[in-house]
Every structure is written in C-alpha cells, then in structure tokens.
Design a protein around this ligand. Sequence first.
Ligand code: ADP
Ligand code: ASP
Ligand code: MG
Length: 927
Amino acid sequence: MRSLAIANPCASSALRRSSPLCSEDPSSPPLLPISCALLQSRSGGKPGGWHFGGALRIDCASRSIRKDGSNNHIFASISDVLVEQSVENAHFPRGDMWSVHKFGGTCMGTSKRIQNVADIVLNDSSERKLVVVSAMSKVTDMMYDLVYKAQSRDDSYVSAIDNVFEKHMLAAKDLLDGEDLARFLSQLQFDISNLKAMLRAIYIAGHATESFSDFVVGHGELWSAQMLSYAIKKSGRPCSWMDTRDVLIVNPTSSNQVDPDYLESEKRLEKWFAQCPADTIIATGFIASTPQNIPTTLKRDGSDFSAAILGALVRARQVTIWTDVNGVFSADPRKVSEAVILRTLSYQEAWEMSYFGANVLHPRTIIPVMKHNIPIVIRNIFNLSAPGTMICQPPVNENGDKKSLESVVKAFATIDNLALVNVEGSGMAGVPGTASGIFGTVKDVGANVIMISQASSEHSICFAVPEKEVTAVSAALQSRFRQALDAGRLSRVEVIPDCSILAAVGQRMASTPGVSATLFDALAKAHINVRAIAQGCSEYNITVVLKQEDCVRALRAVHSRFYLSKTTLAVGIIGPGLIGGTLLDQLRDQAAHLKEKFNIDLRVMGITGLRTMVLSDIGIDLTRWREFYKEKSEAANLDKFAQHVHENHFFPNTVLVDCTADTNIASRYYDWLRKGIHVITPNKKANSGPLDQYLKLRKLQRLSYTHYFYEATVGAGLPIISTLRGLLETGDKILHIEGIFSGTLSYIFNNFKGTRSFSEVVAEAKVAGYTEPDPRDDLSGTDVARKVIILARESGLKLELSDIPVQSLVPEPLRACSSAEEFMQKLPNFDEDRTKELNDAEAAGEVVRYVGVVDMVNEKGMVELRRYKREHPFAQLSGSDNIIAFTTTRYNNQPLIVRGPGAGAEVTAGGVFSDILRLASYLGAPS
Ligand code: ADP
Ligand code: ASP
Ligand code: MG
C-alpha cells in the first residue's frame, strides 16, 4: 500500500486543480510541478480529496497553494474549501441560454480536428456553451491497455505510455504555441510521470483496483479537454475547462453502471461555477467521482452520458452529439449498406436502439434529458450540411398518421457475443418463485440479463447473457437447482453459445397488427432460424435471438423487408453462354424499371463459366458485363462462387441461376437449397435425374422455405409448369398431358409434308440453327423424355427416366455414326420409311407429330410419333412452336392448351427471368 501511496496520483490532481484554464485568471503563471506533500491514510471523515481503493486519502494542492506561494500545504479540494467560501455569491444560470455539445473521439482525433471542433464551438452563437469532449480517438483503449499490461507485469507498458505522451505532445505542438503550449506540455509531462509511477505500482502489485484503473483511463479526457480549451482561448474567447470529477457525482451500481446523484452534482456544479463563471466551458466526458470523491468513470463510451447529465443540470436548450456519421441510421451502416438516416426518433426509440447495440449513442444518454424534454441532435462533424437526427418527444399527432409497416418499424440493432440460457422442466409450471430463483442466482453472479423470454406454459424460461458471463451463470444455476434437477422437476439448464440479438425498434409498433408476422416472414425467407423471441410490454421493440453467424444476414433481410420495403436479391449466374448471356442482357435492360416500378433490386454478384468466373461485392455493371467477364475473371471455383454470392454481399436473399445443361451443377442444388440459397434453372438434369434425388430435393425445398423454380425446363418461356401447378393446387385432377415439347421436332414435322423428304427437312433445320450441332441429340427423343418425366413427376407419378419408352427417330444403324456429318450424309438412306408413314397419314387426312405423353390414368409416360386429324390443334402449328394439352377433370371435353414458341435463347432466358421475378414476389416484392 505504501508504494501505491508514493505512486502519487495527487500530484497530478494538484496540477489539475491549479490549472490556469479557468479563464477568469488568464494571467496565471505557468505551473511548476507541485509535489503532494502529505499523504495520509484516512478511514471515513469529511468529503474531499481522492480516495483509492478506500484506503488512502489524498488531499491535494489547490489554487490557494499557488496563491500563498507554498507548495507544501495541502488543503481540501477546491470543491469543499474554496468553492464553499464563494458559493453564496454565485448565481448559476440555467435554461435555454445553454447549448451543450459533445464531441466524440473521432472528432478529437488529431490536432486539425481539435481545431475544427474549436471553430464549431466558436461559431455557435448561443449565449452559453458547455462542451463535453471524449479523449482523442483510440486513447481510452490505449489507457486501458496500459493498466492491463501493468497488472499483467508486461514491461511494454513503459513504451506504451511513451506513445500516449508522444501522441498528445505532437497534437499539442501542432495546435498550440507559446505559453499555452508550455503549460500544456508541462502538465502532460507531469501527468505522464505520475502515471508511470502509478503503473509501476500496479506492475509490482500485479493488480489494479477499479478506482486505480478508472483514474488512469480518464486521463485521455483530461488532456483533450485542456487542449481544446487552449485552442478556443487562443482565438480570444474566454473559456474554462472543467474536470468533471469535481462536479459529476455518481453512485456505482451492481451492474457495472453508475447512477448520477443529480442533487449533489447540482450543488457541486454551482460551486464550480462560482469559481469559473465562464460562458464557454469545456468539460471532460467519461469521468466523474463517487460521493466519497473516488475517481470513477461512466464506463465505456460514457461521454454521451456525461453530456446528457450536464445538459440536464444546466437545463440546456439542446444537446448536440457530434460524431462521424450523418445521424442515427435505420441499422448499423457498417452492416447494412442501404441503411438510411432517420430524421427524428423518440426518446424511447433512441433508448431501445442504443440498448440493443447501436453504439452511436450510449444507452443511458436518454434518461437525463428526457426528464427535461431536452432534444438531442446527432450530427456529423465531417458533414456539416447534414441536418442529423433529432431525438425528442414525438409530436402528439404523429400517432394519428396513417400507419405503414415501414414507418412503424423505425430501425434495427443487434448485439453480438451472447449466449442463451434455457432452463426447462415440467416442475416449473405453476410453481411460484422459480423465475425469481433463477434471476436471483444470475444477479448473484453479477451477470447482465439482456433479454428474457418465457413460454406461457411456464415450462421453460430462457434468457440471454453476455457470452463471457455464461459459464458462471450456468454453474451457479446448476448448483442452485441441483435438487430440482436431480429430482427431475427441472430437466436441464442448457446453454446455447454464439448467439446474437436482433431488435426491431419503433414507437408505433404498439397496436399495429402484422409487425411480428412480417418480421418472422422475412427471417424465414432468408432461411434464418430464430432461437428465442421477446416483445417488450411497451411494444417498442421485438427482439429475436439467432445464431451469430446469421445475424448480419438477418439484419439485412428484415431491414430491406420493412424499412425499404424493397426486395433485394443477390444473383449468381452460372453459364454465361447463349441462354445465360441473353438473360444477363435482359436483366441489364430491365433493372432500372424493376427498381423504380416494383422496388425490386436485382444485383448480379457473380458470373461463372466452366473455366473462369467474375465476382463483385456490390453488383456487376450489366452494361459492361461481357468486358468485365473477359478482363476481370479468375479461375472458376463453384464453391467459392456460391459462397461469395451468398455471404459477401449486402443482400439477405440469394439466388443461383444455372443456365447450363450440366449434371454436376444440378447435383449441387441440394446443398445450395440447404444453405438457404434459392435456385432457378432451365437445366433439366436435376428434375429428370434419379428419382430418389429428385424427391429429396423437392422435400428439402418445401421444408426449408427455399425456392426452386424451373419453369424453363419445359417449353422454355411458356407457362407450363406454373399452369400444371395451378391446376393441381386448386384441386383439379390431371388425367392426361400430351404435347409437342421439342421446338426442333416441331419445326421438322411442321415442314415435313407433300413431296419433301425427311432428311431434307432435317438438313434445313440444322442450317437454320434449330437443331443441336448433332441432330441425333434432338431426334433421339431423350430431351422430350426428360420433359415428360418432369411433368409426370410434377403431377405426382414416381417414374424414372428409364420407365419412359422413347421412339427414337435416329435409325438404328446410324446410332453408331462417329460424327454429325456422317449421320447427315447417311440419313437420306432411311427416308423411305418416313415417307411411307407420311403418305399413309396424309391419305387419311392426318398429320404425323412427335409427341410426349403423360398418362395419369395408367401412370405411364411415353415419347412417340402419333397421327392427328388435320383439324387437331397439334396439326395447326407453325415454325418451332410447342403445344401442350392438359386434360383434367375440369378441362375434360376441351383440354387446356398452352401454345407458343418453345425454344430459343430469348424465350428461354425470358422464362428464367420470370422465375426470378416470381421469386422476388414470393420474397415480398409488390405485385
Ligand atoms: P464517438 O466516438 O463519436 O462516440 P462511436 O463510435 O461511439 O462514436 O459511435 C458512432 C458509430 O456508431 C458510427 O461510426 C457507426 O459506425 C456506429 N453505429 C452503429 N449503429 C448505428 C446506427 N444505427 N446509426 C448510426 N451509427 C451507428
Ligand atoms: N473515451 C471514452 C471511451 O472511449 C468515453 C467516450 O468516448 O465516450 O470509452
Ligand atoms: Mg460514442
């Protein structure tokens, strides 16, 4: 203890107290270091002086010491001796003439910034100004680190404190000159040498009491306040600086917080003002004293709270909090790029926001000002033209406005690093005192309960605590309820680690139906699992607990759903070939319209081919996607691609669009859907592949609320799957589906008539680009069979592709031809049979068509040539049109017919595009 006493913090306070900055005495001589001559231990006794750890009393030198020329006499502090003498004469003005400003660490980050702050203060024309400052940015962290290093007996605290000195010395040299600079540096040097001695003592003891630590860390504010004060004084404006440890008196509470003692603080403020009745006061944020004059702090980020308390004490007109953002955003702008500035917030909303993690405002800032109806304005020091956010009592008529969900939910905030504790058991129901037992135990551990949720069955209580406190909480609960657990009245105390809280905040959520439904809907659609829910009785917030890894995505999902009422979709395009490329062009042409008219924001975050891919964090500029793909691409990697599109973006919903015909890519759908990635494709491979895999995929799709759309797998852009679904979902019964599903074969048979030969028409179709490079791929019928199986499965038949008999139009001997050319060359040899078929049909007044059939009555599918009367709709086709006839219980005499172009890049891409829009509308886009 002795060494602690010699560490001598009082010398620093001696200097602090005799600082010349109290500007009614601007000619005060430069200070000499004054040693603290008397250190005496005291238990109890009159207030005044600093106490450390309750064991020491250090009465420090005051202004009077300097005045009487002695530096060896120690008087009680300014607050209980000098001020007491003059307080009766002082009139402390309160009210509208005061404006309070608070400048955060970033505002005070460099000498230039401090000068900028000085200019802002000087430009404020208020009659009286009280300016609260934080330490220069990072300084408080550095100070905490010093204490941590010293008590961990890490020698590097010495060089670390030199860095602190250097930072302030350089800033001061830049900002000040002459006598002011000398005074400041002398003070700084003195403080630093005392801090070194104190840290040395901490180093030896291997421990720092809370008050030692608070004393050390508060120096950042002492220095920044003095620098600013000198900077203002330099311009000729009288100005005093205030060490708020002389004025703000706070009582520590059990929950690592402090409660202001307004009455005592008011008295001390009056005393202080009697000594320094300045119009402009620069006060230290963050620091205060206990009623026993032990230095303390208002805890991390507490300067906002300091400003609010002082604002309340002087009954200020307004408290302006200057920071580095344009105001309070609808969500943390670092996490949601589309967050918007809120022009106004009610006190309650601001409180909820800050409580739930929006660190733009310290959570306790609201309470002092709310009592006196003093507005808080959050403004950006780097953007003076931004009006900022006004936090005040909402005008009475605001509640009468038409409510839309967007204005009801004002903002979202999140808290990370939490754990959920779940206490469960049938013995809890109806047993009074269980909850109080649980929370009493949690309180005894000193843990901070952030949210509580209890099922109405009283079967379980779950609550969230900071992750670092959960081990102690769980152990304490296990021991407190040992008996109940052993007896089975409680089944378990479960800890779910790595959780976050997401809170939706809005004063008008009360009595607005549908808010929670929309919130949970947005979360479900983004594939996010909610672990616990709570809604405050005030209904100012709804909180959900989720896994931390989902938190940012959840935040984006709910934010875009509510606040912007915009549907944002991150899109990844696989296969920028003919269909994929056309789709990208279509997206390019429609993007602006969709955004403007339907509030749908589609962003292509990546394009991948077989060998190369391009990725973007904000969305590829589609006007230049081809160049971008050529110039900026990297080696393709499908896992990295999917992960990038899904995770590294600012959009909650992701869709991968597979424009290939690749089986390997189709085999990934399951995994993507499982991760909550929606899939859209014209690729038939997944739905016509092995039945068990298809069923697994569809089951997952239903269970996971993830969408899988594949309209373009059958009939390109024609609404075939959706028509079929519409019939089934409305209770119609499918009896029979029959159609011409191949554009190529449609073209061939539409033109195979009269005297033309079959091979001649095939050759013509090939030249016109209607066939695959090897026409056998079309003529084999496999592609049609895949479409038949897709429709059969969609209708409920459990068939494999191999169950579909397919009449191939490739003559048996030509199946082995090694090239398309050889095949085309030999095809005329087989024209005779086709011509005969044609002539027979024509003689009977019929046509021949290559069709796919789903026979639901006999649970079969087939692909074959069939003959139709010349009046039949199938006989009326032209070009490469598809036609599909649905015979159902409702459409029995006259089948429902869908007809139109069923092949080609434009219409297929169009079909995929309309699936993307369908997805957007499922996700909440307006119709
Ligand atoms: P200061 O040092 O000025 O007190 P803080 O870092 O404590 O500044 O608070 C400002 C920061 O709070 C902003 O830079 C921003 O990143 C963060 N922040 C978190 N949530 C919000 C929100 N909803 N609105 C505005 N800022 C927010
Ligand atoms: N300087 C203190 C901190 O960083 C207080 C504040 O800036 O609000 O926690
Ligand atoms: Mg802050």
